[in-house]
Design a binder for this molecule. Structure first.
Ligand SMILES: *Cc1c(COP(=O)(O)O)cnc(C)c1O
Length: 439
């Protein structure tokens, strides 16, 4: 059994992310000793079904034997080498395979380690590409209301979450937000597509006046994750693509959370039939194993930097850029997608997950806007309790499920290996947690 000492030591020595540390005076940390498949175990025999994929990163379960084997094998030959001036097979293979997955529309992969760095890279690339074209005035960015693109200072410029941004406002050169196509905001008689068109209209209006100073529009395609699994119609992405072309503004797709099959297609953009100019990937790309992020770019942007002049190059780097272990984990992840025909299998899996959530919560008097996009199912809870999320999370753990509401939005985002029994366990745990959290 974990001694209370470990929890005390963690509280003293580890500064936990996204946490008011004082809250752990009353709320115990959860010590995890082992993961296997959808389950996380502590050493007292308690286990939790990971309904949030370890913060949206895990795709094929914890300690997946195939990904483990790929990393172990890579570990025998090369753990890391700098990527400036050097290269290695894992990074080349991964770049080629990702390019192929975009139909070679996005053929150049630039690597970093976490999602926020990918956002930083995409913003810098966009602005620098315009600058290399002589358009020095295009240095501002647009994002959607409620957007989340990471929490480093540059990424906060396009992240519209007050809790993360307000304290650092003096450091941030905030971009402009335009209305979200949030499908919950349909008015009587409107379809979700109408709501998307209305938001596109606002974007058109803004771009008509300000396009000369705008480098890029950055969006989370189809699902705005951190602001509460806000879902919207693909029509918005098609209109955003048209408007960006019309006004010479880059479209950056942040597929950090929605990529890698989460919404049903490998890339969420595919559902709108569009490609962005730059695409950010992270989270699931390494199967949830190792920090890996990247930005995929079109030839057109790449070519803006290709020159004899050093200063026209993209002089950005991170120490662990293109880490071979992380790339090998990503390759093993892509192998699983192919070998198991995962996107196809997920159609039935998503249906089962959605059906179970709808059956359990569809008629609940406090549940609003039950929604689904692929392997993400969410609903809002009408409750005055400010501590709803905490209570739901804690009660979920008591019932063997890891579910962590975003404010008053409960969501399910499990690894792509959940079976019928797992789904039943998840939904039963959530029902008990909801009852407790509302009481
Ligand atoms: C998680 C996330 C990020 C940031 O990734 P980190 O690895 O946490 O820095 C950026 N954009 C989106 C859409 C995300 O969900």
């Amino acid at each position: 059994m974990t001694s209370p000492r470990l929890l005390d030591r963690s509280r003293r020595a580890v500064w936990h992310p996204c946490t008011q540390m004082k809250s752990h005076e009353t709320l115990p940390l959860v010590p995890i000793t082992r993961g296997e498949g959808v389950w996380l175990y502590d050493d007292t025999g308690r286990r939790f079904l990971d309904g949030v994929s370890a913060w949206w990163v895990n795709l094929f379960g914890h300690c997946n034997p195939r990904i483990n084997a790929a990393i172990s094998e890579q570990l025998e030959t090369l753990e890391h080498v700098m990527l400036a001036g050097f290269t290695h097979a894992p990074v080349v293979e991964l770049s080629e395979r990702l390019s192929a997955l975009t139909g070679h529309q996005l053929g150049h992969a630039f690597y970093a380690s976490d999602g926020a760095s990918a956002t930083e890279i995409a913003l810098k690339m966009s602005m620098h590409a315009w600058r290399n074209l002589g358009e020095t005035g295009k240095d501002r960015f647009i994002s959607l209301a409620g957007s989340y693109h990471g929490e480093t200072v540059g990424a906060l410029a396009v992240t519209d979450v007050a809790l993360f941004r307000d304290a650092y406002a003096p450091l941030v050169r905030a971009g402009t937000t335009v209305p979200s196509p949030d499908a919950r905001q349909i008015e009587p008689g409107e379809t979700e597509e109408d709501a998307a068109e209305r938001a596109a209209h606002a974007l058109a209006h803004y771009l008509a006046e300000h396009h000369e100073e705008i480098a890029a529009l950055i969006v989370e395609p189809l699902v705005q994750g951190a602001s509460g699994m806000v879902m919207y119609h693909p029509h918005y992405l098609r209109r955003a693509r048209e408007l960006c072309d019309q006004y010479r503004v880059h479209l950056i797709a942040d597929e950090i959370a929605v990529g890698c099959g989460r919404t049903g297609t490998f890339f969420a953009c595919e559902q709108a039939g569009i490609w962005p100019d730059l695409m950010c990937l992270s989270k699931g790309i390494s199967g949830g194993y190792l920090p890996l992020s990247l930005v995929l770019s079109t030839n057109a942007i790449y070519d803006c930097f290709y020159d004899a002049d050093v200063t026209r190059g993209f002089l950005h780097s991170h120490s662990y850029t293109g880490n071979p272990l992380a790339c090998r984990a990503a390759l093993a992840t892509l192998d699983i997608f192919e070998a198991d025909d995962v996107l196809r299998a997920n159609i039935a899996r998503a249906q089962a997950l959605g059906d179970a959530v709808r059956a359990a919560f569809g008629g609940h008097p406090a549940v609003r806007h039950l929604r689904q996009r692929g392997m993400i199912v969410a609903f809002d809870v009408d409750t005055p309790r400010p501590d709803f999320a905490q209570r739901f999370f804690a009660a979920g753990l008591d019932h063997g499920v890891l579910l962590r509401p975003l404010g008053k939005t409960v969501y399910f985002m499990p690894p792509y290996i959940v079976d019928a029994a797992d789904i039943a366990h998840l939904v039963n745990g959530a029902s008990a947690a909801l009852q407790h959290a509302l009481s």
